[in-house]
Design a protein around this ligand. Structure first.
Ligand SMILES: Cc1cc2nc3c(=O)[nH]c(=O)nc-3n(C[C@H](O)[C@H](O)[C@H](O)COP(=O)(O)OP(=O)(O)OC[C@H]3O[C@@H](n4cnc5c(N)ncnc54)[C@H](O)[C@@H]3O)c2cc1C
Length: 384
């Protein structure tokens, strides 16, 4: 039984901004035995299209979904688990936590020091620029969400200052193909969790600076500064009404550029060894991220320059309803490749659960097969 507090594809219906499109190309949208079959394999789905895609999968796969049922508590019992929900209680022997990796916005504590006169929104509340007051906007965070919102808000006529911390830079296309084609084909996206040295760090890496647009545009920091978005360093503190930014912008840029170059080298090496070099366009290298001549180290939040702040500082899961001690101090689930630290409990859909693509739509199929194999083995062992 699949329990869902809203409707099928709830997160795509309720928790995304209006203009969002998938950053993964259509051909990459696939679920077990089901894939995109439209006329634009290289396009990027709008939210309405994603809702339709997933809702159809629920019908085709005849998934036994019980919607409008919120799980309010999960307790371990001798026989398995006791599940309390808003539509009644259930018992089960095994349980898969597929409640998502992005249930709540993750906003740094520095938010508490922002003057009350400056309205703050997160990527969960933001729908479109009209929901913001007129005037300057500080966008905090420059990963996929931050760069997309900075671009959209700037284009609405509001001056945007973008606070940039650690980020992952990627071109939208490389050597004539979508960069995610290269991630897929070269095997980088398929890299397994047990092959990665620093798994904790890899699991906390920010999302890549990518956007899905009909023109397959690259939305990196050079593109944003070219249209007039002001780049400042990581927001380190807010003191006496002043936002204080770190001075490490040059280092952040250099690091992201270096990592991108290394990844492109990996793609080139793969193309050579797999006889794909000849049918791809020649290797490309991109202009380093331009460091602003003098980036501001502070910004007065009461001076009238900034009229709102958008926190694009990431998301985290919410396990407040899970009364089993399997969540660490920081609120993340303890698991080994989706096998949770409690008998008969499993997880899916978390960053790098079993592969680099685990938290993307196209990552569900292989992970689910392996996790369910383990689950079936557990049940069979139990039956014996
Ligand atoms: C802004 C944003 C953009 C993204 N863009 C892409 C993209 O371009 N391509 C891509 O492949 N992936 C993208 N992702 C990742 C995307 O979230 C995952 O690919 C996919 O949604 C994961 O599906 P899921 O079912 O694991 O989690 P979710 O989609 O989060 O679904 C979890 C479900 O659990 C329900 N739930 C949670 N708690 C409870 C409870 N207590 N009781 C009952 N139900 C509950 C929720 O209502 C929700 O429907 C994006 C994520 C975000 C946040």
């Amino acid at each position: 039984m699949v329990l869902e507090r809203g409707e099928v594809a709830n997160s795509w219906r309720r928790e995304r901004w209006d203009s969002l499109r998938l950053l993964t190309p259509n051909w990459q949208s696939r679920l077990p035995g089901y894939r995109y079959e439209g006329t634009e394999p290289d396009g990027y789905m709008s939210m309405g299209e994603v809702v339709e895609f997933i809702s159809r999968f629920a019908i085709v796969s005849a998934a036994p979904v019980r919607s409008h049922t919120t799980v309010t508590s999960v307790r371990q019992t001798d026989a398995g688990y006791h599940i309390a929900t808003t539509t009644g209680d259930l018992q089960c022997r095994t349980l898969v936590l597929a409640s998502g990796a992005c249930n709540v916005p993750s906003v740094p504590p520095v938010r508490q020091a922002v003057p009350a006169s400056v309205p703050c929104v997160t990527a969960f509340d933001y729908r479109n620029p009209n929901s913001l007051p007129e005037g300057g906007v500080l966008v905090v965070g420059a990963s996929a969400t931050g760069v997309q919102l900075a671009d959209e808000i700037h284009r609405s006529g509001r001056p945007v200052t973008l606070s940039v911390g650690e980020h992952v830079r990627l071109p939208r296309t490389y050597r004539g193909r979508d960069v995610l084609w290269w991630m897929d084909a070269s095997g980088v996206w398929n890299q397994r969790y047990d092959e990665i040295d620093d798994l904790t760090r890899a699991r906390s890496l920010p999302s890549p600076q990518l956007v899905g647009t009909p023109g397959r545009t690259t939305l990196d920091l050079n593109a944003l500064s070219a249209i007039g978005v002001e780049l400042v360093g990581r927001l380190a503190a807010v003191r006496d009404g002043r936002a204080l930014f770190s001075g490490g912008l040059r280092n952040q840029f250099a690091l992201a550029d270096l990592k991108m170059e290394r990844l492109l080298d990996t793609f080139d090496a793969w193309a050579l060894t797999h006889a794909r070099d000849a049918d791809a366009a020649p290797p490309e290298r991109f202009e380093p991220t331009r460091v602003p001549p003098s980036s501001r180290l502070s910004l007065h939040l009461r001076s009238g320059e900034i009229h709102s702040i958008v926190w694009a500082t990431g998301f985290r899961p919410d396990y407040s309803w899970l009364d089993v001690p399997v969540v660490d101090r920081k609120g993340y689930l303890r698991h080994d490749g989706g096998v949770v630290d409690a008998q008969g409990m499993y997880a899916l859909g978390l960053p790098l659960l079993r592969r680099r693509r685990s938290s993307f739509i196209c990552g569900a199929e292989d992970d689910a097969r392996e996790v369910v194999d383990h689950l079936a083995g557990y049940l069979a062992g139990h039956a014996r």
